[in-house]
Design a protein around this ligand. Sequence first.
Ligand code: GLU
Ligand code: ZN
Length: 469
Amino acid sequence: MEQIVTRFPPSPSGYLHVGNARTAIFNWLYARHMNGRFVLRIEDTDARRSTQASVDVIFDALQWLNIDWDEGPYFQTQRFDIYNEYLQKMIDSGHAYYCTCSPEQIDVMRRQAMASGEKPRYDGTCREKGLKKTENAVVRFKAPLTGTTVVEDVIKGNIVFQNDELDDFVICRSDGTPTYNFVVVVDDITMNINTILRGDDHVMNTPKQILLYRALQAPLPTFGHVPMVLGSDRSRLSKRHGAMSVTAYRDMGFLPEALVNYLVRLGWSHGDQEFFTRDELIRVFDLKNIGRSAGIFDPEKLLALNAEHIKATSPVNLVAPLTPFLKEFNVEIKEDDYIRKVIETLAPRSKTLQEMAQAAVFYYLEDITYEEKAARKFFKPAALTPLKLLTEKLAALASYSQENLEDVFKHVMDQTGLKLGKIAQPVRVALTGRTASPGIFEIIAILGPERVIPRLEKAIRFIEVNLDK
Ligand code: GLU
Ligand code: ZN
């Protein structure tokens, strides 16, 4: 079988929309699954929107998602010679012709068609005239007047279009620039693309493109039109449903694995499995399980999946993605054993990297500030005795093994007659400033005597000072 070649052809718009990212991921996964190739092409012919910055955003987003390409990026603005060559082929073979009708004439045709209840269309005035190229002439495709064009869609099944619904559409404007459907077809032919998965907002273009393939005597690719991603109210996914851009999810602390997993599941299924690693997706992704109905974007579900991916990622691999979030809390870290242990305690309880960074701050702070409610509730005079006893014993302890720590707490419980909770909560507030944290033995072991003892002493002073007041 011929090697599968897929592509992703974004039009730069200032960000990469999660819906478009999903199409990119489908094409990439299919290429990887089939040992094929994945081509990146930038459709940058709209000069107003296609700034360098909006192109860079796409590269940035794809790199973050870990979507790599085997060929490209191609830029349409660098390919006008190729488009002109194919335009000439179309004219030479009689599949296209020059049209010199003025905008006013076109307007009259339009109004006449509408008046007789038909779709506005070009009436073929220049079709058989054999006009030469002149200034202001456009090039039109000589479309078939009868019959049907069938899109054999691997997702939607056959879609039949009546050819008399299509008119002789323009393939090159009077200023010499080729039109969208024409350049897409020339690109896909010359890049040997044989599988096209794209949003079903493009399905109306496909019959036109098929006719162009035929005119250029090129083999048709496999087409699959993927249903749109919708918001919770079933309208097209937009800003009011949440963040739209891929990099916004990076900035909120999502893992690329989670976003990829979520977006793929939004339009494809493998039984009822929800969690997939990237390798697993590559192994099992196929076209036949792409869904026919629209996917509803659910931020809560994405969040839950992110938590699962954080849990499933080994702490070493979370250090780099977590680092920028810690910086935002003024925490600079070294890639050492300490941060890996910190992550190990927080991974099971963090939905995002942002959350994890916030929860990690106490591990690094020199000076703990106590949450007011926590201090009021747990820094009571009754806490003094156990805190002092504990400090004394912990200072004398050679190693903070789980066993040793359990022993020390047990002694303090015996001597004071207090339950573990009564001792652990003031300790937790002393060490973290808060009432919620990973397990008390865990954090003591990680913080170590050099942090634990001063923090306990500070809490004791805090309680004593307040006693005097
Ligand atoms: N540039 C088009 C888009 O971003 C791609 C269309 C296609 O896949 O053919 O929607
Ligand atoms: Zn004309």
